[in-house]
Design a protein around this ligand. Structure first.
Ligand SMILES: Cc1ncc(COP(=O)(O)O)c(C=O)c1O
Length: 783
């Protein structure tokens, strides 16, 4: 229910009935002086009225940047019509409004969750704000060849993985009319007390008819913008931005709009916005009723045409589709052997019909308040004729939606990529380089890679596959895809990501190994390498009363107490957006470091160790807990260890690899087998070669976030004698650097342990030097 008199149009009325009527003599811009200085042909075509109200800011007609009278009232009427707290007129379309919306909610370096298939203005807003996008995959409909909305479950999962996110953006509805369950998404987003911002370019009409999907603000979104000009009666470029909660500061929105908007907005265009609001507020329901009927009738008739079809409400319930806007009319003639692009060309060339867009399978027509039976019949008759012309020719469309590779690793945030120098190199040789272009695959219209992301072999192969399948690849400067623009590592400008935010913890634990010396590890490293280890937070070991009748779980209470404290610390670090690096101490502490991270994100673990650490209290020979943490993390063994920090297993065995094993106990092997954990022995590395093994890791660990638990005894004792339980052979330092580089390149490394350095057994500081170098790399993998 509206409170104000929606029949009023304060801005339009002031222009028409006050300014134009008073026949003011203008000594202000625009220079055409109410049309007298305009080119004659243009003036004759346009007629006098647009020029008579084409003015600039002065008291009589108010100003957009600090509105006090008629523009203020027009915006208040719009807010009333949409039932929101505050509405701003957006004179640079929804593109400008989206940029303002993003800049209002995130600052440089802050994370914003966005669908991978956003409009370019969202990418623009991310560049302008300096924020860090975290991409969510929308649901892809292979049959229709398009992407729908993002599911609430996806938002929930991504927020769990990125709890430091500052805002979430979604699209409602998509260009093709698919709306997601925005109410549920709003609930999830608000449980993190962050704003949900919505690109509602295609939904300015939703609020006004009950048969349309719920509008963003009605569903609980905090801020949204809508292209009033696209769907209802405003002139091109005119949009609205609505704020509807305290999570967004409306004054900041006004400031940012002022920063982005011209100081000379068009008054005739703004007046059209004022009038479009009147129309939709006073007659919207009735007009939309007619429009929806027209669209549904047209769709039903189209679906009777041989070889041509148009999807409708029946797609509701597919992944990513909670409701559907029937006024979006997608038409496919793929059964006639016509791509959407070909159908668009036929319609315009042979029938004088211009659709809104076409993709590989579909053309999209918009049915709006401006349509009539006559216009819908024109389209229907044209489609019938096309069916007659092409039916039964046996032509087939080649190519279908190909499964996309994982979202590539982001090295630079979009703003950094934007400012970094670019070089053209051969596409085939671009593996490992930072991409400087946005490459889109059609269908389904989702970027394969965006500027700042690292090009992987999988990306290259996928793009080559699209090209071979004659599918559309867009965005690259070279349409032949022989060359690509990249950013060389040395040209990269790191504004915000130069130093990944790390938080280091030192845990001088030796009770898990029950050997003296390891407890001095952190202290010695800090003394010799203060630049690397100078900022560690120490987790003190507070001795607890032990049950010495439990010889198979030595010092369990003290170890658990320490691990709980460490888990609390790594958990907080992750929630604050840091990567926790834990320096041991013996390997028992990984029970804590990993538990803390696993509560926030789904992680995989690569356990780089000469040992398996997969014993339980029933299989252990020594009773030393540093041989058990991985089993406990996977849910096996003593319940107290398993339930460290929170109840139950922390990781899924399928997401774990033990790398470099050289010394597994006999019964420990049974536990490994029972849980189905993949082990790569160091012998395998020697026989197959490290390159091959690294690819094997990538094939097995299909997870984005990875924890590296590195035990120094994985290194050959010749290079790293300073450990408590040395085993012959093992990785060389070079091999380990190659492994770390590979892991950092192919995964998002959530957290790292570096454990079991024992200075007492070291020779000439060899081990210490190596641990320092490896830690330096971990702290700054981009250098
Ligand atoms: C999903 C989406 N968002 C934003 C925009 C930008 O809207 P405008 O053209 O009003 O700037 C578009 C334009 O097509 C769009 O499709």
């Amino acid at each position: 229910m509206t409170k104000l008199n929606q029949h009023l149009t304060p801005l339009f009325s002031t222009l028409k009935d006050v300014y134009a009527k008073r026949d003011i003599t203008p000594f202000h811009v625009p220079g055409h002086k109410r049309g007298k200085g305009v080119d004659k042909e243009f003036y004759d075509f346009m007629g006098p009225n647009p020029f008579s109200i084409d003015v600039t800011i002065f008291k009589m007609v108010d100003g957009l940047h600090n509105p006090k009278s008629c523009i203020k009232e027009a915006q208040e009427l719009a807010a009333d019509a949409y039932g929101v707290r505050k509405t701003f007129f957006a004179v640079n379309g929804t593109s400008g409004a989206i940029q303002a919306m993003i800049m209002s909610v995130v600052k440089p370096g802050e994370k914003i969750l966005v669908p991978r298939n956003v409009h370019k203005s969202v990418s623009g807003g991310i560049i302008l704000s300096g924020s860090m996008p975290v991409y969510m995959n929308p649901e892809v409909d292979n049959e229709l060849g398009i992407a729908h909305g993002v599911k609430p479950e996806t938002v929930e999962k991504m927020l769990k993985q990125h709890p430091d996110t500052k805002a979430v953006l979604i699209i409602n509805p998509t260009y093709y009319g698919a709306a997601t369950d925005i109410r549920k998404i709003a609930e999830i987003v608000h449980s993190y007390d962050i704003p949900l911002i919505v690109d509602e370019a295609h939904g300015p009409h939703l609020h006004f008819h009950e048969d349309l999907p719920l509008s963003a603000v009605d569903a609980g979104a905090d801020i949204c913008c809508q292209s009033t000009h696209k769907i209802i009666g405003a002139m091109t470029q005119m949009s609205m931005l609505h704020v509807n909660s305290n999570r967004v500061d409306a004054n900041r929105v006004q400031q940012i709009l002022s920063l982005l908007h011209t100081t000379s907005p068009s008054y005739p265009l703004m007046a059209s916005l004022d009038c479009a609001r009147r129309q939709i507020a006073t007659e919207g329901r009735e007009l939309l009723e007619k429009t929806i009927k027209l669209a549904n009738n047209l769709r039903a008739e189209i679906n009777k045409i041989p070889g041509i079809s148009s999807f409708g409400k029946e797609i509701v319930g597919r992944e990513g589709i909670y409701s559907f806007d029937p006024t979006k009319l997608s038409v496919t003639a793929k059964e006639l052997g016509l791509t959407g692009f070909e159908l668009e060309t036929l319609l315009v060339d042979d029938y004088n019909i211009q659709v809104e867009l076409s993709d590989f399978y579909n053309v999209l027509g918009l049915i709006t308040l401006g349509d009539t039976e006559e216009s819908t019949n024109t389209l229907l008759e044209a489609l019938k004729d096309i069916s007659k012309r092409f039916y039964g020719t046996g032509k087939k469309i080649e190519g279908e939606v190909q499964k996309m590779p994982p979202i590539p690793e982001a090295v630079l945030i979009p703003r950094e990529a934007f400012y970094s120098e670019k070089n053209k190199i051969r596409f085939e040789e671009s593996e490992g380089k930072i991409c400087a272009e946005m490459i889109m695959a059609y269908p389904p219209g989702i970027p394969v890679i965006t500027p700042g992301e690292r090009i992987s072999r999988a990306t290259i192969e996928y793009i080559k596959g699209l090209k071979d399948a004659k599918l559309h690849v867009q965005g690259m400067e070279d349409p032949e895809l022989n060359y690509i623009n990249v950013i060389e590592e040395e040209d990269a400008i790191y504004l915000y990501t130069e130093k990944m935010k790390n938080k280091m913890f030192a845990v001088p634990m030796n009770l898990g190994a029950n050997k003296a010396g390891i407890e001095f590890g952190p202290e010695v490293l800090e003394e010799y390498y203060p630049d690397t280890f100078g900022e560690m937070t120490y987790i003190d070991i507070e001795k607890q009363r032990e049950n010495f009748n439990e010889p198979s779980l030595k010092y369990k209470n003290t170890i658990l107490h320490t691990c709980n404290k460490l888990a609390q610390a790594t958990n907080e670090a992750v929630r604050d957006g840091f990567r926790p690096i834990t320096v041991g101490g013996d390997h028992s502490i990984a029970l804590g470091s990993i538990s803390g991270v696993a509560l926030e994100k789904e992680i995989g673990v690569i356990w780089i160790d000469a040992h398996g650490d997969m014993n339980t209290d029933e299989t252990t020979i020594s009773g030393n807990i540093h041989g058990m943490p991985l089993a406990a993390l996977l849910g096996a063994g003593d319940r107290d260890l398993v339930n460290c920090f929170y109840e139950g297993a922390k990781i899924d065995p399928k997401n774990v690899i033990i790398l470099g094993a050289r010394d597994l106990d006999v019964k420990e092997r049974d536990v490994i087998e029972e849980l189905g954990v993949k082990v790569i022995h160091y012998d395998d590395v020697m026989h197959k070669g490290l390159d091959h093994i690294l690819e094997e890791i990538k094939d097995h660990l299909k997870i984005d976030n990875l924890h590296i638990s590195f035990d120094v005894d994985s290194i050959d004792p010749e290079f790293a004698p300073g450990v408590s339980t040395p085993v012959r052979n093992g990785f060389s330092p070079e091999e380990m650097f190659q492994t770390f580089k590979f892991l950092f390149k192919n995964y998002s490394i959530s957290s790292v342990d570096i454990v079991e350095y024992n200075p007492v057994n070291d020779k000439n500081g060899k081990t210490m030097d190596f641990v320092n170098e490896l830690t330096e790399f971990v702290l700054n993998p981009n250098c």
